[in-house]
Design a protein around this ligand. Structure first.
Ligand code: SAM
Length: 289
């Protein structure tokens, strides 16, 4: 197996194919072999797993996944990588490469078609320019056992943040609604070519089999969350009144009171069960004559 993380191997390989990195496609390739090895090991991929990889690049993580998984489907946008991947991962008969933009795919449909009888997992060193849309699509597909991805460290901290902390955001609540996150390890910038400006981190999101909160209307729940974070450091009632014009200031104060929350509470301190209670009161309030 070609060690694609060895810079003495990678540089001539890229040169042979006249390949130049595309910043626009978020191409920072791994040059430290311990990183893809650790991602594959710590994600828990084994022969019972069907793994969707996003952005194989020249295949460092793809190799490690294909060595362990029942099947790997790797989705890559940049067709210039085809002849290189043929050399680096062509030997694996449990690997299929799909040449497409991952955001164009019906992920749940693809997983059902490609991984029958296998435990679906997602693994990736993500292109950072579309981290949030890709994570959103992976979690909303509601078909993976776990999603293990490398992202910017600050994004990992945001995903795993606790209520009331500076990193806690609407995206935190979105991710933690679908999954339980755990930051696995940091990856310094010198592990990539070209080097990104930021430190990265690998995070695993173990998806919830059942949503453990009683949520009357999922759309209203997420609208409530977005409205609650829209005016940070202001009272929750202001954010809710702006996000739900039908409530107005007095309606907003009333649903906050009915949810058992303090009238001076700030949205960014609420836990998911508190957002659930609040959104359920908004649903009820909207149905009142
Ligand atoms: N996995 C490789 C590694 O770790 O060295 C490459 C990771 S690089 C950060 C991100 C990869 O995602 C690139 O190969 C890039 O071409 C690919 N990519 C970017 N946007 C994509 C998209 N919308 N759909 C699928 N792949 C994409």
């Amino acid at each position: 197996m070609i060690n694609v993380c060895d810079i003495q191997v990678m540089k001539p390989l890229l040169a042979e194919h006249g390949f130049h990195f595309s910043k626009a496609k978020g191409q920072n390739f791994l040059i430290a072999r311990w990183v893809p090895e650790n991602i594959a090991v710590e994600s828990g991929v084994d022969s019972s797993a069907g793994v969707l990889e996003i952005g194989p690049g020249i295949g460092p993580l793809t190799q490690q996944l294909a060595l362990r998984a029942g099947k790997v489907c790797a989705v890559e946008l940049d067709k210039r990588l085809a002849p290189i991947l043929k050399q680096t991962v062509g030997e694996f008969d449990n690997l299929e490469i799909i040449w497409d933009d991952v955001l164009n795919l019906d992920i749940a449909g693809l997983v059902a078609e490609k991984f029958p009888g296998l435990r679906p997992m997602a693994c990736a060193n993500l292109p950072y320019y579309i981290t949030s849309p890709i994570l959103t699509a992976l979690l909303e597909a509601e078909c993976f056992d776990a999603v293990t991805v490398m992202v910017q460290k600050e994004v990992a901290q945001r995903i795993a943040a606790k209520p009331g902390s500076a990193d806690y955001s609407a995206f935190t609540v979105f991710c933690q609604y679908y999954a339980e996150p755990e930051i696995l390890f940091d990856v310094p910038a010198h592990c990539f070519l070209p080097q990104p400006k930021v430190t990265s981190a690998v995070i695993t999101l173990r998806t919830r089999k059942n949503i453990p909160w009683d949520i009357a209307d999922q759309d209203i729940f997420f609208r409530t969350v977005r409205a609650s974070f829209a005016m940070r450091r202001k009272k929750l009632a202001n954010g809710l009144a702006a996000g739900f014009s039908e409530l107005g200031k007095s309606g907003a104060a009333e649903v906050i009171r009915r949810s058992g929350l303090d009238e001076n509470v700030r949205g960014e301190t609420l836990s998911i069960p508190q957002f659930a209670a609040l959104s359920n009161e908004i649903v009820k309030w909207r149905m009142e004559p």
